[in-house]
Design a protein around this ligand. Structure first.
Ligand SMILES: Cc1cc2nc3c(=O)[nH]c(=O)nc-3n(C[C@H](O)[C@H](O)[C@H](O)COP(=O)(O)OP(=O)(O)OC[C@H]3O[C@@H](n4cnc5c(N)ncnc54)[C@H](O)[C@@H]3O)c2cc1C
Length: 429
């Protein structure tokens, strides 16, 4: 038998990278197999016409996210605070007082959801849309709430089980805006720093298609080769994990738990402008649409690097927009911004688009969500895994699921399970 690693990590997103770095620091012999030619997973970057690098996936962080903040500090990253001063705009338009009323009502609805008990049997079988219908909310408040939830979870609220949203949102505990900072060097560069620390332990362009468990070791078939380890961490989103063939097959409960998820649908766009024209009218550049649901924009200008807006289209809107030819889609985005911020929005000097829907190695974004309302134990079952096979991804995190912070936490939690299992094996031997 060839070399047998202590552990192999499948996937070099933040969960996989964090798990691997953690294990290496504890003295374990680790290999990392990544399907794409790059690391970072749902965190990636692209280069604009003038050479500026921007995040086309996960980007923002805030001081309430201790692990990603500590990593950013450790690698000497520049925290950039997006410009937030000025008024936000609601679309369709409302005057300032009415905008605040609608915003507060939708935020209060979200607080009410967080206050529910995910284990309450009366929530069973209800979708978020069912719950909303019983809230006596104003039409505008309900539409703003729907837009916020579809924009954040990137799935239609009629298809998101209520208990799932409650359980998920209760772990998203920031009191500051989650858009407090982005990294001047990009979030993606932080994944590059972790990868550099792993050195030759990391193999990119090596997709894993089969994981075989034998008496002696786990055999991982990837990129035409076979890799061996005592334990494996599958650090990919649940939908991606369900596509890997396991031999022998995973226990029924675990296979069903992986099949209970659906990927989110999202398009991220960046529009550059000659100047921050929205400031002329005292606007922050932040736009929240309640129609269409799931659309949001904010200012990501960098001092000395030009003016820019980022636009997110999540949920059903992304599904519809991705059917359009690129030029038509760009016109649709520019048209929405012009209606909100004025005709200068039509003068974008550069537009970049990243459609994450059906991405071959992520499945979508920002995260997978549980779609099977009866799968109340799915997360717990996947987190428990089946030694020597463990699972990690942001979705499974005990804090900030669906965020980079959550991916780091989930990766480290999986590394601890590997270590506990290694110790137990050692004690038995
Ligand atoms: C457009 C967008 C914007 C976002 N914005 C933010 C934000 O501002 N702030 C924030 O905190 N979060 C944001 N997120 C979410 C955040 O990016 C994710 O929660 C986080 O990066 C997930 O990390 P992960 O390691 O769990 O999974 P992933 O990043 O998906 O990593 C999994 C890795 O496994 C690889 N892989 C998959 N299948 C296989 C296989 N069979 N073999 C080998 N490798 C495989 C993939 O290529 C990938 O590299 C955003 C996401 C998107 C898509």
């Amino acid at each position: 038998m060839g070399h047998v690693h202590d552990a192999i990590v499948v996937g070099a997103g933040f969960a996989g990278l964090s798990a691997a770095v953690d294990l290496v620091e504890r003295g374990y012999d680790v290999g990392v197999l990544e399907a794409r030619p790059r690391v970072g997973g749902r965190v990636e970057s692209m280069v604009l016409e003038d050479g500026m690098r921007i995040d086309s996936g996960g980007q923002f962080l805030c001081a309430d996210m201790p692990n990603v903040m500590a990593l950013a500090r450790h690698y000497g990253k520049t925290l950039v605070r997006p410009h937030m001063e000025g008024n936000f705009i609601l679309q369709p338009p409302a005057d300032e007082a009415e905008s605040w009323r609608i915003y507060r009502e939708s935020a209060n609805l979200r607080e009410r959801i967080k206050g529910l008990d995910p284990g309450d049997p009366s929530l069973a079988g209800l979708s978020v849309a069912d719950w909303l219908a019983g809230q006596n909310a104003s039409d505008d408040g309900a539409r703003a709430f729907r837009s916020m939830i579809e924009g954040l979870w990137c799935r239609p609220i009629g298809e998101v089980p209520l208990w799932y949203l409650v359980s998920n949102d209760r772990r998203i505990t920031n009191t500051r805006s989650e858009l407090e900072y982005f990294l001047g060097e990009t979030m993606h560069s932080l994944a590059g720093d972790l990868a550099r620390d792993l050195g030759p332990r990391l193999c990119t362009a090596t997709p894993v298609d089969r994981i075989l468990t034998t008496n002696d070791a786990v055999e991982i078939r990837a990129g035409g080769g076979t890799f061996r380890a005592r334990q494996v961490i599958v650090a990919v989103p649940p939908v991606m994990a369900s596509r890997i063939v396991f031999e022998p097959g995973l226990p029924h409960a675990l296979a069903s738990a992986l099949n209970a998820w659906k990927s989110g649908t999202v398009i991220k766009a960046l529009l550059r402008y000659p100047r921050r024209f929205w400031r002329d009218d005292g606007l922050s550049g932040m736009v929240m649409w309640r129609d269409p649901a799931g659309l949001f924009a904010c200012d990501v200008s960098r001092d000395g690097r030009g003016a820019a807006l980022v636009v997110f289209a999540g949920g059903q809107l992304a599904v519809e927009w991705r059917q359009m030819a690129r030029g038509v889609l760009q016109d649709a985005i520019v048209g929405k911004l012009a209606a909100a911020l004025g005709p200068d929005a039509r003068d974008a000097t550069e537009i970049s688009l990243r459609d994450w829907t059906d991405d071959p190695w992520s499945g979508g974004g920002y995260s997978d969500t549980i779609a099977d309302a009866s799968a109340t134990s799915a997360e717990e079952i996947i987190r428990a895994g089946r030694a020597p096979i463990h699972f990690a991804c942001s979705e499974l995190s005990s804090s900030f699921p669906g965020y980079v912070e959550g991916a780091i936490v989930a990766g480290r939690e999986a590394a601890h399970r590997v270590e506990a299992n290694a110790r137990a094996r050692h004690a038995r031997a």
